[in-house]
Design a protein around this ligand. Sequence first.
Ligand SMILES: NC(=O)c1ccc[n+]([C@@H]2O[C@H](COP(=O)([O-])OP(=O)(O)OC[C@H]3O[C@@H](n4cnc5c(N)ncnc54)[C@H](OP(=O)(O)O)[C@@H]3O)[C@@H](O)[C@H]2O)c1
Length: 270
Amino acid sequence: MTVVKLNDGNRIPALGLGIWQIPADQTGRIVSLAIGMGYGLIDGAAIYGNEVGLGQGLRDAAVPREQVFVTTKIWNDRQGHDETLRAFDESVARLGLEPDLLLIHWPCPDKGLYLDTWRAMIRLREEGRVRSIGVSNFMGDHLERLIGDTGVTPVLNQIELHPGFQQVELRALHDRLGIATQCWTPLGKGQAFDAAPVQAIANRSGKTPAQVILRWHVQLGCSVIPRSTHEGRLAQNMDVFDFSLTEDEMAAMATLDNGTRLGPDPRVFS
Ligand SMILES: NC(=O)c1ccc[n+]([C@@H]2O[C@H](COP(=O)([O-])OP(=O)(O)OC[C@H]3O[C@@H](n4cnc5c(N)ncnc54)[C@H](OP(=O)(O)O)[C@@H]3O)[C@@H](O)[C@H]2O)c1
């Protein structure tokens, strides 16, 4: 499995399973199935309501704990120093394990609490309760304030990124700051599946449009976390390491950016 290096020396798989909207009663089965197929990264969050299933699926898969990189996130209404420590303990109890990566789910600038939240996460990392700490949905100004005020750079920023919303400027800032980019809603609700560059690469390589797009994410140097509840698609989404896009094909994919978000705007979402 290709990995993305993090600025704290740890490594995260370039591709994993996202579990948002996977029903709690199916999560254990799907996580276990995915790990059996070779998935080494599961992206969860307290707000997804399925941390119990995540932990159970990992235990059912019966692989060594260190073979699977587990992420969870601090939800918006748990921000603040002490509240974050409590929310983390609750996540650990539901998961039945300590996660590898803890993220601030959204910056919620109106709350004014992400610095206190971050200080609590720095403490958790120093205490050895979580290996890596990062953020999600942070814009450039949030990142610069976080780093400027605490001196600790997040290992990654998990952001909306797909062919229609390529986040060129934020990725460039990440590169300058040494922050890895992880992409959510990577398939972009299928909006680019029929686009000419995707179809051309799919025809040339014998891969599906979803595989072409996931491979594009990997070649951008990102970590990507597609979700599926279907066995065939779980397998398909993992099978993107035996082909590659040419430079010209990467350039053709770049033309699909129309700057349109599919999810909330981090400047106002709370
Ligand atoms: N940090 C954040 O704020 C944030 C926000 C959103 C998401 N996320 C994370 O990112 C993960 C992925 O994002 P997402 O779940 O929004 O979207 P996604 O992974 O881009 O797309 C999931 C959808 O695509 C379908 N799909 C999956 N594989 C496919 C394939 N090979 N061909 C065709 N369709 C396919 C799935 O349907 P089936 O299940 O029917 O296969 C599902 O409807 C989430 O699960 C979550 O972990 C984070």
